[in-house]
Design a protein around this ligand. Structure first.
Ligand code: IPM
Ligand code: MG
Length: 356
């Protein structure tokens, strides 16, 4: 097949991990007879530097017309001035909104060979296989009003946690449909004892649950969920939650997998186009050294093949190669190893090429 993939390497380690992921995708293309056309664009801090905007209209339009978008990471100390008009993160949020990708899938699996890389006891980690579905285009990140003013002589800041019923329903329905192919259980995480938006969230979870009687629905308060992720993560399967809760819980969940560098994500909307990015950030402390772990991005590319291009065999081939590479002991610095980004990707490429 032919596919157009827009690359947004972004800032920090972004370009390093995207380069290696493209090499993996090229390997897949030549092995399975596909043609991937890659178009590289600026987004984030690099786009502010060049165009004065973290996401230009042209770049957004290119992303919208592509079959899929593969993103590295954005942000860094250079663009951290709180008074700046634009920030790299704004570009990312505008991209998510502009693509309409309302559901962010963040699978968290613990590779048996990495049980010792997590600070948690190995017996807690065995069998962990969680799919967090984070609502991505609503909630506190986008609610209005938002901003700063002076009220009663005091400086004030406002963010709004707002959800419409349809925004909750569409992500909830996706969670239930994905639960069908898994353990048939959905844990809906909210703060319904305090927040009105969470009470609407729970109400809709119950409605969607009633339409899917074969799936077990459990409600969990977000504070409890943050504890359960540490005390009994193997108990969780599909977890669905609002934007900011999902942001926080998935950083916490990444500790289970041994390193944030391992975890991929897929952001999906109503159509086939999707946005694929690792869950980690731009890691300015190690940028330019060529030592970042490319695994999260490579796994994101596997999700791209699966969800946007319907190439399940190819997606599984990447995931198998990653698993075997880890089993064989290949490790980048985040996991206590010595392999460079390039060497780690080369090990994975080698496994893809030599698989049956
Ligand atoms: C993530 C990141 C982003 C978010 C930042 C960079 C805006 O933390 O993808 O988890 O909060 O969504
Ligand atoms: Mg985050």
């Amino acid at each position: 097949m032919k596919a157009n993939i827009t690359l947004l390497p972004g800032d920090g380690i972004g370009p390093e991990i995207i380069n290696e992921t493209v090499a993996v995708l090229e390997t897949i293309a030549s092995k399975y007879g596909h043609k991937f056309n890659f178009a590289e664009r600026l987004m984030g801090g690099c786009s502010i530097d060049k165009f004065g905007s973290s996401l230009t209209d042209e770049t957004l339009a290119d992303c919208q017309s592509a079959d899929a978008v593969l993103l590295g990471a954005v942000g860094g100390p250079k663009w951290d001035d709180p008074k700046a008009k634009d920030r790299p993160e704004r570009g990312l949020l505008a991209l998510r909104k502009g693509l309409g990708v309302f559901a962010n899938l963040r699978p968290v699996k613990v590779h048996p060979a990495l049980l010792d890389s997590s600070p948690l006891k190995p017996e807690k980690l065995t069998g962990v296989d969680i799919l967090v579905i984070r609502e991505l285009t609503g909630g506190l990140y986008f609610g209005w009003p938002k901003g700063r003013d002076v009220k009663d002589g005091r400086e004030r800041a406002v963010d709004t946690l707002e959800y419409y019923d349809y925004e909750i329903r569409r992500v909830m329905e996706l969670a239930f449909s994905l639960a069908k192919g898994r353990k048939k259980k959905v844990t809906s995480v909210d703060k319904a004892n305090v927040l009105e938006s969470s009470r609407l969230w729970r109400q809709i979870a119950v409605q969607v649950g009633a339409q899917n009687p074969e799936i077990e629905l459990e409600h969990m308060l977000v504070d409890t969920a943050s504890m359960r992720l540490i005390t009994g993560p193997a108990w969780l399967d599909v977890v669905v939650t609002e934007n900011m809760f999902g942001d926080i819980l998935t950083d916490e969940a990444s500790v289970l997998a041994g390193s944030m560098g391992m975890l991929p994500s897929a952001s999906l909307g109503a159509g086939k186009n999707g946005l694929y990015e690792p869950i980690h950030g731009s890691a300015p402390d190690i940028a330019g050294q060529g030592i970042a772990n490319p695994t999260g991005t490579i796994r994101s590319a596997a999700m791209l093949l699966r969800y946007s291009l319907n190439l399940e065999t190819e997606a599984a081939a990447i995931e198998k190669a990653v698993d075997e590479t880890i089993t064989a002991g290949a490790r980048t610095a985040d996991l206590g190893g010595k392999l460079t980004t390039k060497q780690m990707a080369a090990e994975i490429i080698n496994k893809i090429q030599n698989a049956e």
